[in-house]
Design a protein around this ligand. Sequence first.
Ligand code: ADP
Length: 546
Amino acid sequence: MTKALFGQMMDSPLLISNILSSAARHHAQLEIVSRRAEGDIHRYTVVDLQVRAKKLAQALERLHLDAGSRIGTLAWNGYRHLEIYYGVSGSGLVCHTINPRLFSEQIAYIIQHAEDEIIFFDQSFQSLVEGLIPLCPHVKKWICLIDPALMQSSELALDNYESFIEQESGDFEWPIFDERLASSLCYTSGTTGNPKGALYSHRSTVLHSYASSLPDSLSLSARDVILPVVPMFHVNAWGLPYSSLLVGAKLVLPGAKLDGPSIYELLESEKVTFSAGVPTIWAGLIQSMKLKNLNFSTFKRVVIGGSACPPAMMKTFQEYGVEVIHAWGMTELSPIGTVAKLKASDLSKSIHEQELIQQKQGRVIFGVDMRIVDGDLNALAQDGKAFGDLQVKGPWVIQQYFKASESALIDGWFPTGDVSNIDPDGHMQITDRSKDVIKSGGEWISSIDLENVAAGHPSVMMAACISVAHPKWDERPLLVIEKKPDVQLSNDELKADILQFFIDKVAKWWIPDDVVFVDKIPLTATGKMQKLKLREQFKNHPLPCL
Ligand code: ADP
Protein backbone atom coordinates (compact mmCIF):
# COMPACT_ATOMS: atom_id res chain seq x y z
CA MET A 1 0.00 0.00 0.00
CA THR A 2 1.25 3.44 -0.82
CA LYS A 3 1.41 6.03 1.96
CA ALA A 4 -1.88 7.91 2.50
CA LEU A 5 -1.89 11.44 1.18
CA PHE A 6 -3.57 13.83 3.60
CA GLY A 7 -5.15 17.11 2.57
CA GLN A 8 -3.25 20.18 3.58
CA MET A 9 -5.99 22.33 5.00
CA MET A 10 -6.09 23.61 8.57
CA ASP A 11 -7.23 21.01 11.04
CA SER A 12 -9.21 23.28 13.35
CA PRO A 13 -11.64 21.44 15.62
CA LEU A 14 -15.37 22.21 15.37
CA LEU A 15 -16.02 23.78 18.77
CA ILE A 16 -19.13 25.50 20.12
CA SER A 17 -16.97 28.39 21.40
CA ASN A 18 -16.06 29.15 17.75
CA ILE A 19 -19.73 29.89 17.01
CA LEU A 20 -19.78 32.53 19.75
CA SER A 21 -16.38 34.06 19.07
CA SER A 22 -17.06 34.22 15.34
CA ALA A 23 -20.45 35.93 15.93
CA ALA A 24 -18.88 38.41 18.38
CA ARG A 25 -16.10 39.19 15.87
CA HIS A 26 -18.12 39.38 12.66
CA HIS A 27 -21.62 40.32 13.82
CA ALA A 28 -20.68 42.55 16.77
CA GLN A 29 -23.96 44.51 16.62
CA LEU A 30 -26.07 41.34 16.71
CA GLU A 31 -28.77 41.77 19.34
CA ILE A 32 -30.05 39.26 21.86
CA VAL A 33 -33.38 40.23 23.36
CA SER A 34 -34.93 38.46 26.35
CA ARG A 35 -38.17 38.71 28.26
CA ARG A 36 -36.84 38.06 31.72
CA ALA A 37 -38.17 36.98 35.09
CA GLU A 38 -37.50 40.51 36.43
CA GLY A 39 -40.49 41.53 34.29
CA ASP A 40 -38.71 43.70 31.71
CA ILE A 41 -37.24 43.22 28.24
CA HIS A 42 -33.47 42.88 28.39
CA ARG A 43 -31.24 43.57 25.39
CA TYR A 44 -27.55 43.34 24.74
CA THR A 45 -25.19 42.37 21.92
CA VAL A 46 -23.42 39.12 21.18
CA VAL A 47 -20.21 40.86 22.33
CA ASP A 48 -21.78 41.34 25.78
CA LEU A 49 -22.92 37.71 25.65
CA GLN A 50 -19.36 36.58 25.04
CA VAL A 51 -17.93 38.71 27.88
CA ARG A 52 -20.44 37.31 30.35
CA ALA A 53 -20.07 33.71 29.08
CA LYS A 54 -16.32 34.12 29.64
CA LYS A 55 -16.91 35.50 33.15
CA LEU A 56 -18.98 32.40 33.84
CA ALA A 57 -16.19 30.19 32.46
CA GLN A 58 -13.72 31.93 34.81
CA ALA A 59 -16.03 31.52 37.82
CA LEU A 60 -16.46 27.82 37.01
CA GLU A 61 -12.70 27.41 36.59
CA ARG A 62 -12.24 28.52 40.20
CA LEU A 63 -14.29 25.50 41.31
CA HIS A 64 -11.69 23.10 39.83
CA LEU A 65 -14.23 20.76 38.29
CA ASP A 66 -13.01 17.86 36.16
CA ALA A 67 -13.26 18.31 32.40
CA GLY A 68 -16.58 16.89 31.21
CA SER A 69 -18.35 17.57 34.53
CA ARG A 70 -22.07 18.09 34.07
CA ILE A 71 -23.64 21.45 34.89
CA GLY A 72 -27.44 21.35 35.02
CA THR A 73 -30.00 24.03 34.12
CA LEU A 74 -33.67 24.37 35.02
CA ALA A 75 -34.45 27.48 33.05
CA TRP A 76 -36.59 29.18 30.40
CA ASN A 77 -35.24 30.76 27.24
CA GLY A 78 -33.23 33.81 28.30
CA TYR A 79 -29.83 35.49 27.99
CA ARG A 80 -28.42 34.00 31.20
CA HIS A 81 -29.36 30.53 30.01
CA LEU A 82 -27.60 31.31 26.71
CA GLU A 83 -24.49 32.40 28.63
CA ILE A 84 -24.56 29.01 30.39
CA TYR A 85 -24.90 27.20 27.04
CA TYR A 86 -21.74 28.86 25.74
CA GLY A 87 -19.78 29.40 28.98
CA VAL A 88 -20.17 25.80 30.15
CA SER A 89 -19.60 23.97 26.84
CA GLY A 90 -16.94 26.48 25.80
CA SER A 91 -14.86 25.69 28.87
CA GLY A 92 -14.96 21.91 28.33
CA LEU A 93 -17.82 21.17 30.73
CA VAL A 94 -21.17 19.64 29.74
CA CYS A 95 -24.32 21.76 29.71
CA HIS A 96 -27.16 19.53 30.90
CA THR A 97 -30.55 21.12 30.22
CA ILE A 98 -33.28 19.61 32.41
CA ASN A 99 -36.97 19.77 31.55
CA PRO A 100 -38.66 21.41 34.58
CA ARG A 101 -42.08 20.16 33.45
CA LEU A 102 -41.19 16.57 34.36
CA PHE A 103 -42.30 15.09 37.68
CA SER A 104 -39.90 16.06 40.48
CA GLU A 105 -38.99 12.36 41.04
CA GLN A 106 -37.95 12.15 37.37
CA ILE A 107 -35.95 15.36 37.67
CA ALA A 108 -34.18 14.04 40.78
CA TYR A 109 -33.44 10.79 38.91
CA ILE A 110 -31.99 12.73 35.97
CA ILE A 111 -29.81 14.96 38.18
CA GLN A 112 -28.49 11.92 40.05
CA HIS A 113 -27.92 9.93 36.86
CA ALA A 114 -26.11 12.82 35.17
CA GLU A 115 -24.16 13.52 38.41
CA ASP A 116 -24.68 17.24 37.93
CA GLU A 117 -22.20 19.23 40.02
CA ILE A 118 -23.98 22.57 39.84
CA ILE A 119 -27.53 23.50 38.93
CA PHE A 120 -28.51 26.91 37.58
CA PHE A 121 -32.22 27.62 37.94
CA ASP A 122 -34.82 30.29 37.25
CA GLN A 123 -36.47 31.74 40.32
CA SER A 124 -39.85 30.40 39.22
CA PHE A 125 -38.44 26.92 39.94
CA GLN A 126 -37.26 27.77 43.47
CA SER A 127 -39.83 25.63 45.29
CA LEU A 128 -39.06 22.73 42.90
CA VAL A 129 -35.36 23.21 43.70
CA GLU A 130 -35.99 23.30 47.45
CA GLY A 131 -37.64 19.89 47.10
CA LEU A 132 -34.74 18.57 45.00
CA ILE A 133 -31.90 19.69 47.29
CA PRO A 134 -32.35 16.92 49.91
CA LEU A 135 -32.65 14.32 47.12
CA CYS A 136 -29.47 15.44 45.33
CA PRO A 137 -26.79 15.92 48.00
CA HIS A 138 -23.98 15.55 45.44
CA VAL A 139 -24.88 18.92 43.83
CA LYS A 140 -22.31 21.45 45.08
CA LYS A 141 -24.14 24.66 44.24
CA TRP A 142 -27.68 25.72 43.34
CA ILE A 143 -27.44 29.07 41.57
CA CYS A 144 -30.47 31.28 40.94
CA LEU A 145 -30.69 33.24 37.67
CA ILE A 146 -32.08 36.57 38.93
CA ASP A 147 -30.99 40.03 39.97
CA PRO A 148 -29.46 39.61 43.49
CA ALA A 149 -31.78 42.29 44.88
CA LEU A 150 -34.77 40.12 43.90
CA MET A 151 -33.51 36.84 45.44
CA GLN A 152 -36.26 35.26 47.52
CA SER A 153 -35.26 34.22 51.02
CA SER A 154 -34.74 30.51 51.57
CA GLU A 155 -33.73 28.33 54.47
CA LEU A 156 -31.43 26.50 52.09
CA ALA A 157 -28.08 27.73 50.79
CA LEU A 158 -28.82 29.17 47.36
CA ASP A 159 -26.30 31.19 45.35
CA ASN A 160 -26.92 33.99 42.91
CA TYR A 161 -25.74 33.97 39.30
CA GLU A 162 -24.84 37.66 39.10
CA SER A 163 -22.86 37.46 42.36
CA PHE A 164 -21.19 34.26 41.09
CA ILE A 165 -19.74 35.95 37.99
CA GLU A 166 -19.37 39.60 39.06
CA GLN A 167 -15.79 39.41 40.32
CA GLU A 168 -14.49 37.99 37.04
CA SER A 169 -12.80 40.09 34.35
CA GLY A 170 -14.08 38.32 31.22
CA ASP A 171 -10.47 38.22 30.03
CA PHE A 172 -10.40 34.54 29.06
CA GLU A 173 -9.33 32.45 26.06
CA TRP A 174 -11.66 29.63 25.10
CA PRO A 175 -9.64 26.40 25.44
CA ILE A 176 -9.07 24.33 22.30
CA PHE A 177 -9.70 20.62 22.58
CA ASP A 178 -10.85 17.54 20.67
CA GLU A 179 -14.13 18.28 18.83
CA ARG A 180 -15.44 14.84 19.76
CA LEU A 181 -15.57 15.77 23.47
CA ALA A 182 -19.01 16.02 25.10
CA SER A 183 -20.65 19.45 25.03
CA SER A 184 -24.20 18.99 26.24
CA LEU A 185 -26.66 16.45 27.55
CA CYS A 186 -30.42 16.10 27.09
CA TYR A 187 -32.65 13.38 28.47
CA THR A 188 -35.59 12.02 26.49
CA SER A 189 -38.84 12.69 28.29
CA GLY A 190 -39.26 9.02 29.04
CA THR A 191 -42.93 8.47 28.35
CA THR A 192 -42.07 4.84 29.05
CA GLY A 193 -39.34 3.78 31.51
CA ASN A 194 -36.67 6.06 32.93
CA PRO A 195 -35.43 9.02 30.89
CA LYS A 196 -32.30 8.29 28.85
CA GLY A 197 -29.50 10.75 28.14
CA ALA A 198 -28.28 11.80 24.69
CA LEU A 199 -24.75 13.17 25.08
CA TYR A 200 -23.90 15.53 22.22
CA SER A 201 -20.35 16.46 21.18
CA HIS A 202 -18.95 19.77 19.95
CA ARG A 203 -18.57 18.20 16.52
CA SER A 204 -22.13 16.87 16.37
CA THR A 205 -23.51 20.23 17.54
CA VAL A 206 -21.56 22.35 15.06
CA LEU A 207 -22.37 20.00 12.15
CA HIS A 208 -26.05 20.02 13.13
CA SER A 209 -25.98 23.83 13.25
CA TYR A 210 -24.52 24.06 9.74
CA ALA A 211 -26.91 21.49 8.31
CA SER A 212 -30.02 22.88 9.97
CA SER A 213 -29.32 26.33 8.51
CA LEU A 214 -29.30 25.17 4.87
CA PRO A 215 -31.98 26.49 2.48
CA ASP A 216 -33.76 23.14 2.22
CA SER A 217 -33.52 22.83 5.98
CA LEU A 218 -34.63 25.77 8.20
CA SER A 219 -33.09 28.29 5.78
CA LEU A 220 -31.60 30.65 8.36
CA SER A 221 -29.66 33.79 7.52
CA ALA A 222 -28.27 37.03 8.93
CA ARG A 223 -31.46 38.72 7.70
CA ASP A 224 -33.59 36.73 10.14
CA VAL A 225 -34.88 37.59 13.59
CA ILE A 226 -35.33 34.25 15.33
CA LEU A 227 -37.65 33.57 18.26
CA PRO A 228 -37.36 30.00 19.56
CA VAL A 229 -40.64 29.25 21.32
CA VAL A 230 -39.40 25.69 21.73
CA PRO A 231 -37.73 25.74 25.15
CA MET A 232 -33.97 25.58 25.58
CA PHE A 233 -34.61 22.49 27.75
CA HIS A 234 -36.25 20.67 24.81
CA VAL A 235 -33.39 19.28 22.70
CA ASN A 236 -31.43 22.55 22.93
CA ALA A 237 -34.35 24.51 21.45
CA TRP A 238 -33.81 22.44 18.29
CA GLY A 239 -30.29 23.87 17.99
CA LEU A 240 -31.46 27.48 17.41
CA PRO A 241 -29.27 29.02 20.15
CA TYR A 242 -26.31 27.76 18.09
CA SER A 243 -27.56 28.09 14.51
CA SER A 244 -28.87 31.66 14.97
CA LEU A 245 -25.42 32.84 16.10
CA LEU A 246 -23.73 30.74 13.41
CA VAL A 247 -25.62 32.64 10.69
CA GLY A 248 -25.59 35.97 12.55
CA ALA A 249 -29.36 36.30 13.15
CA LYS A 250 -30.87 38.39 15.95
CA LEU A 251 -32.21 36.15 18.72
CA VAL A 252 -35.36 36.84 20.76
CA LEU A 253 -35.85 34.73 23.89
CA PRO A 254 -39.41 34.68 25.29
CA GLY A 255 -38.75 33.57 28.91
CA ALA A 256 -41.57 31.85 30.75
CA LYS A 257 -44.45 33.62 28.97
CA LEU A 258 -45.50 31.26 26.20
CA ASP A 259 -49.18 32.20 26.04
CA GLY A 260 -50.60 33.46 22.73
CA PRO A 261 -50.80 37.20 23.55
CA SER A 262 -47.25 37.35 25.01
CA ILE A 263 -45.72 35.54 22.03
CA TYR A 264 -47.68 37.72 19.61
CA GLU A 265 -46.46 40.89 21.36
CA LEU A 266 -42.79 39.81 21.01
CA LEU A 267 -43.22 38.66 17.40
CA GLU A 268 -44.48 42.13 16.53
CA SER A 269 -42.34 44.36 18.77
CA GLU A 270 -39.05 42.65 17.83
CA LYS A 271 -39.95 42.24 14.13
CA VAL A 272 -39.47 38.49 14.29
CA THR A 273 -39.25 36.68 10.93
CA PHE A 274 -38.79 33.09 12.08
CA SER A 275 -39.97 30.93 14.95
CA ALA A 276 -40.19 27.27 15.96
CA GLY A 277 -42.26 25.13 18.29
CA VAL A 278 -44.59 22.17 18.79
CA PRO A 279 -48.16 22.35 17.38
CA THR A 280 -49.86 22.80 20.78
CA ILE A 281 -48.13 26.14 21.36
CA TRP A 282 -49.30 27.51 17.99
CA ALA A 283 -52.89 26.49 18.63
CA GLY A 284 -52.87 28.98 21.55
CA LEU A 285 -51.35 31.79 19.46
CA ILE A 286 -53.80 31.35 16.57
CA GLN A 287 -56.76 31.20 18.93
CA SER A 288 -55.79 34.48 20.63
CA MET A 289 -55.14 36.23 17.29
CA LYS A 290 -58.51 35.18 15.90
CA LEU A 291 -60.29 36.56 18.97
CA LYS A 292 -58.74 39.99 18.42
CA ASN A 293 -58.62 39.92 14.62
CA LEU A 294 -54.84 40.41 14.57
CA ASN A 295 -52.30 39.93 11.76
CA PHE A 296 -48.55 39.55 11.52
CA SER A 297 -46.38 42.30 10.06
CA THR A 298 -42.94 40.63 9.79
CA PHE A 299 -43.38 36.97 10.72
CA LYS A 300 -42.67 34.81 7.64
CA ARG A 301 -41.60 31.25 8.56
CA VAL A 302 -42.46 28.86 11.36
CA VAL A 303 -40.94 25.47 12.02
CA ILE A 304 -43.46 23.02 13.41
CA GLY A 305 -42.25 19.67 14.67
CA GLY A 306 -42.11 17.46 17.72
CA SER A 307 -45.42 15.95 16.61
CA ALA A 308 -47.23 15.99 13.30
CA CYS A 309 -48.41 19.42 12.19
CA PRO A 310 -52.16 19.24 11.46
CA PRO A 311 -52.83 20.39 7.86
CA ALA A 312 -55.52 22.75 9.18
CA MET A 313 -52.83 24.59 11.19
CA MET A 314 -50.62 24.79 8.10
CA LYS A 315 -53.49 26.36 6.16
CA THR A 316 -54.26 28.89 8.88
CA PHE A 317 -50.62 30.00 9.00
CA GLN A 318 -50.59 30.27 5.21
CA GLU A 319 -53.64 32.55 5.39
CA TYR A 320 -51.62 34.74 7.76
CA GLY A 321 -48.78 34.81 5.19
CA VAL A 322 -46.53 32.48 7.20
CA GLU A 323 -44.82 29.49 5.58
CA VAL A 324 -44.95 26.36 7.73
CA ILE A 325 -41.76 24.32 7.65
CA HIS A 326 -42.69 20.86 8.85
CA ALA A 327 -39.71 19.11 10.41
CA TRP A 328 -39.15 15.75 12.03
CA GLY A 329 -36.56 14.78 14.58
CA MET A 330 -35.92 13.55 18.06
CA THR A 331 -33.66 14.07 21.08
CA GLU A 332 -31.42 11.28 19.78
CA LEU A 333 -30.95 13.26 16.52
CA SER A 334 -29.89 16.60 18.02
CA PRO A 335 -32.85 16.86 16.91
CA ILE A 336 -33.35 17.57 13.18
CA GLY A 337 -33.50 14.66 10.74
CA THR A 338 -35.86 15.65 7.93
CA VAL A 339 -37.54 18.80 6.68
CA ALA A 340 -40.53 18.99 4.31
CA LYS A 341 -39.34 21.20 1.45
CA LEU A 342 -40.31 20.98 -2.22
CA LYS A 343 -37.86 19.95 -4.94
CA ALA A 344 -37.61 21.52 -8.40
CA SER A 345 -39.54 18.53 -9.78
CA ASP A 346 -42.38 19.25 -7.31
CA LEU A 347 -42.92 22.77 -8.62
CA SER A 348 -44.83 21.58 -11.69
CA LYS A 349 -47.28 19.65 -9.48
CA SER A 350 -50.70 21.00 -8.49
CA ILE A 351 -51.01 23.16 -5.36
CA HIS A 352 -52.85 20.30 -3.67
CA GLU A 353 -50.06 17.83 -4.47
CA GLN A 354 -47.48 20.31 -3.20
CA GLU A 355 -49.43 20.74 0.03
CA LEU A 356 -49.49 16.97 0.52
CA ILE A 357 -45.69 16.91 0.20
CA GLN A 358 -45.31 19.76 2.69
CA GLN A 359 -47.52 17.88 5.13
CA LYS A 360 -45.12 14.93 5.11
CA GLN A 361 -42.18 14.88 7.55
CA GLY A 362 -39.76 15.60 4.71
CA ARG A 363 -36.42 14.84 3.15
CA VAL A 364 -33.19 14.14 5.04
CA ILE A 365 -30.72 16.97 5.41
CA PHE A 366 -27.30 15.87 4.21
CA GLY A 367 -25.47 14.06 6.99
CA VAL A 368 -28.49 12.01 8.02
CA ASP A 369 -29.27 8.79 6.17
CA MET A 370 -32.56 6.93 6.64
CA ARG A 371 -34.28 3.71 5.63
CA ILE A 372 -37.38 1.74 6.53
CA VAL A 373 -37.22 -1.93 7.48
CA ASP A 374 -39.63 -4.77 8.21
CA GLY A 375 -39.66 -6.83 11.41
CA ASP A 376 -36.73 -8.94 10.13
CA LEU A 377 -34.66 -5.83 9.36
CA ASN A 378 -35.05 -6.19 5.60
CA ALA A 379 -34.88 -2.81 3.90
CA LEU A 380 -38.23 -1.92 2.31
CA ALA A 381 -38.89 -0.20 -0.98
CA GLN A 382 -38.95 3.60 -1.06
CA ASP A 383 -42.09 3.69 -3.17
CA GLY A 384 -44.28 5.86 -0.94
CA LYS A 385 -46.47 2.82 -0.16
CA ALA A 386 -44.44 0.30 1.85
CA PHE A 387 -44.18 1.34 5.48
CA GLY A 388 -41.96 0.03 8.24
CA ASP A 389 -39.68 0.94 11.13
CA LEU A 390 -37.68 4.07 10.43
CA GLN A 391 -33.94 3.85 11.07
CA VAL A 392 -31.36 6.64 10.79
CA LYS A 393 -27.61 7.19 10.97
CA GLY A 394 -25.29 10.16 10.76
CA PRO A 395 -22.79 12.33 12.66
CA TRP A 396 -25.43 13.93 14.89
CA VAL A 397 -27.37 10.71 15.55
CA ILE A 398 -26.89 8.97 18.91
CA GLN A 399 -24.67 5.89 19.12
CA GLN A 400 -25.13 5.03 22.78
CA TYR A 401 -27.21 6.48 25.62
CA PHE A 402 -25.28 8.19 28.43
CA LYS A 403 -23.81 5.56 30.79
CA ALA A 404 -25.50 2.69 28.91
CA SER A 405 -23.41 -0.44 28.62
CA GLU A 406 -24.58 -1.28 25.11
CA SER A 407 -24.84 0.47 21.80
CA ALA A 408 -28.27 1.88 20.92
CA LEU A 409 -27.82 0.76 17.30
CA ILE A 410 -29.10 -2.22 15.36
CA ASP A 411 -26.90 -3.16 12.45
CA GLY A 412 -25.26 0.28 12.57
CA TRP A 413 -28.62 2.10 12.41
CA PHE A 414 -30.56 3.90 15.15
CA PRO A 415 -34.15 2.58 15.42
CA THR A 416 -36.35 5.65 15.85
CA GLY A 417 -39.50 3.89 17.06
CA ASP A 418 -41.43 5.67 14.30
CA VAL A 419 -43.31 3.92 11.50
CA SER A 420 -43.11 5.59 8.11
CA ASN A 421 -42.98 5.38 4.34
CA ILE A 422 -40.51 7.09 1.98
CA ASP A 423 -41.48 8.06 -1.58
CA PRO A 424 -39.16 7.77 -4.60
CA ASP A 425 -38.25 11.49 -4.25
CA GLY A 426 -37.10 10.87 -0.68
CA HIS A 427 -40.03 12.56 1.12
CA MET A 428 -40.64 10.61 4.33
CA GLN A 429 -44.02 10.38 6.01
CA ILE A 430 -44.58 9.19 9.56
CA THR A 431 -47.78 7.24 10.02
CA ASP A 432 -47.31 6.60 13.71
CA ARG A 433 -45.02 6.04 16.63
CA SER A 434 -44.77 2.25 16.80
CA LYS A 435 -46.49 2.26 20.19
CA ASP A 436 -49.39 4.40 18.92
CA VAL A 437 -50.20 2.29 15.87
CA ILE A 438 -53.79 1.01 15.67
CA LYS A 439 -54.07 -2.54 14.35
CA SER A 440 -57.54 -3.31 13.10
CA GLY A 441 -58.15 -6.81 11.73
CA GLY A 442 -54.42 -7.15 11.02
CA GLU A 443 -54.27 -3.89 9.05
CA TRP A 444 -52.68 -0.68 10.29
CA ILE A 445 -54.59 2.55 10.72
CA SER A 446 -52.59 5.75 11.02
CA SER A 447 -53.62 7.66 14.15
CA ILE A 448 -51.83 10.75 12.80
CA ASP A 449 -53.96 10.78 9.63
CA LEU A 450 -57.15 10.54 11.68
CA GLU A 451 -56.01 13.29 14.06
CA ASN A 452 -55.15 15.52 11.12
CA VAL A 453 -58.65 15.15 9.69
CA ALA A 454 -60.32 15.76 13.07
CA ALA A 455 -58.14 18.84 13.72
CA GLY A 456 -59.59 20.34 10.53
CA HIS A 457 -63.13 20.34 11.98
CA PRO A 458 -64.11 23.90 12.97
CA SER A 459 -65.18 22.96 16.52
CA VAL A 460 -62.07 20.94 17.39
CA MET A 461 -59.25 22.48 19.43
CA MET A 462 -57.19 19.28 19.66
CA ALA A 463 -57.73 15.66 18.66
CA ALA A 464 -56.03 12.47 19.81
CA CYS A 465 -56.73 9.10 18.26
CA ILE A 466 -56.02 6.00 20.32
CA SER A 467 -56.58 2.29 19.94
CA VAL A 468 -59.15 0.52 22.10
CA ALA A 469 -59.47 -3.25 22.37
CA HIS A 470 -62.23 -4.64 20.17
CA PRO A 471 -63.69 -8.19 20.34
CA LYS A 472 -63.81 -8.66 16.57
CA TRP A 473 -61.08 -6.45 15.10
CA ASP A 474 -58.52 -6.61 17.99
CA GLU A 475 -58.22 -2.83 18.04
CA ARG A 476 -60.31 0.03 16.72
CA PRO A 477 -59.74 3.80 16.73
CA LEU A 478 -61.36 5.99 19.38
CA LEU A 479 -61.23 9.74 18.89
CA VAL A 480 -60.65 11.92 21.96
CA ILE A 481 -61.60 15.55 21.42
CA GLU A 482 -60.89 18.79 23.23
CA LYS A 483 -63.49 21.24 21.92
CA LYS A 484 -63.00 24.90 21.13
CA PRO A 485 -64.40 27.06 23.96
CA ASP A 486 -67.31 28.62 22.06
CA VAL A 487 -68.97 25.47 20.59
CA GLN A 488 -72.80 25.58 20.76
CA LEU A 489 -73.61 21.99 19.62
CA SER A 490 -74.37 19.30 22.19
CA ASN A 491 -71.77 16.53 22.50
CA ASP A 492 -74.06 14.09 20.66
CA GLU A 493 -74.60 16.54 17.81
CA LEU A 494 -70.92 17.33 17.60
CA LYS A 495 -69.97 13.65 17.61
CA ALA A 496 -72.27 12.95 14.68
CA ASP A 497 -70.91 15.99 12.86
CA ILE A 498 -67.27 14.96 13.40
CA LEU A 499 -67.87 11.39 12.23
CA GLN A 500 -69.66 12.75 9.16
CA PHE A 501 -66.63 14.99 8.55
CA PHE A 502 -64.46 11.87 8.00
CA ILE A 503 -66.54 10.59 5.09
CA ASP A 504 -64.60 10.79 1.81
CA LYS A 505 -61.48 11.93 3.67
CA VAL A 506 -60.27 8.48 4.79
CA ALA A 507 -61.10 4.86 3.94
CA LYS A 508 -64.47 3.90 5.45
CA TRP A 509 -62.98 1.27 7.77
CA TRP A 510 -60.58 3.87 9.19
CA ILE A 511 -63.37 6.09 10.53
CA PRO A 512 -63.22 6.05 14.35
CA ASP A 513 -65.77 3.87 16.09
CA ASP A 514 -66.58 6.47 18.68
CA VAL A 515 -65.83 10.02 19.80
CA VAL A 516 -65.36 11.09 23.43
CA PHE A 517 -64.92 14.60 24.79
CA VAL A 518 -62.47 15.69 27.49
CA ASP A 519 -61.92 19.12 29.07
CA LYS A 520 -58.20 19.04 28.30
CA ILE A 521 -56.10 16.56 26.38
CA PRO A 522 -53.17 15.77 28.72
CA LEU A 523 -49.79 16.91 27.41
CA THR A 524 -46.31 15.52 28.03
CA ALA A 525 -43.46 17.61 29.39
CA THR A 526 -42.56 18.52 25.81
CA GLY A 527 -46.09 19.62 24.91
CA LYS A 528 -47.15 16.50 23.02
CA MET A 529 -50.42 14.67 23.48
CA GLN A 530 -50.05 12.06 26.20
CA LYS A 531 -51.68 9.14 24.43
CA LEU A 532 -50.42 6.62 26.97
CA LYS A 533 -52.55 8.32 29.62
CA LEU A 534 -55.57 8.46 27.30
CA ARG A 535 -55.19 4.77 26.42
CA GLU A 536 -55.18 4.00 30.14
CA GLN A 537 -58.21 6.24 30.80
CA PHE A 538 -60.30 4.80 27.96
CA LYS A 539 -59.05 1.21 27.91
CA ASN A 540 -62.48 -0.13 28.87
CA HIS A 541 -64.45 2.23 26.67
CA PRO A 542 -67.22 0.14 25.07
CA LEU A 543 -67.21 0.24 21.28
CA PRO A 544 -70.11 -0.78 19.04
CA CYS A 545 -69.40 -4.39 18.00
CA LEU A 546 -69.79 -4.30 14.23
P1 ADP B 1 -39.91 12.68 23.54
O1 ADP B 1 -41.21 13.31 23.07
O2 ADP B 1 -40.02 11.23 23.82
O3 ADP B 1 -39.14 13.50 24.49
P2 ADP B 1 -38.62 13.73 21.33
O4 ADP B 1 -39.02 15.09 21.71
O5 ADP B 1 -37.24 13.46 20.96
O6 ADP B 1 -38.95 12.69 22.36
O7 ADP B 1 -39.64 13.25 20.22
C1 ADP B 1 -39.32 12.44 19.16
C2 ADP B 1 -40.55 11.86 18.53
O8 ADP B 1 -41.52 12.87 18.25
C3 ADP B 1 -40.29 11.25 17.19
O9 ADP B 1 -39.76 9.96 17.33
C4 ADP B 1 -41.68 11.24 16.56
O10 ADP B 1 -42.46 10.17 17.01
C5 ADP B 1 -42.27 12.51 17.10
N1 ADP B 1 -42.15 13.58 16.11
C6 ADP B 1 -41.23 14.55 16.03
N2 ADP B 1 -41.46 15.36 14.98
C7 ADP B 1 -42.57 14.89 14.36
C8 ADP B 1 -43.33 15.26 13.20
N3 ADP B 1 -43.02 16.33 12.48
N4 ADP B 1 -44.38 14.49 12.86
C9 ADP B 1 -44.73 13.41 13.58
N5 ADP B 1 -44.07 13.01 14.68
C10 ADP B 1 -43.01 13.72 15.07
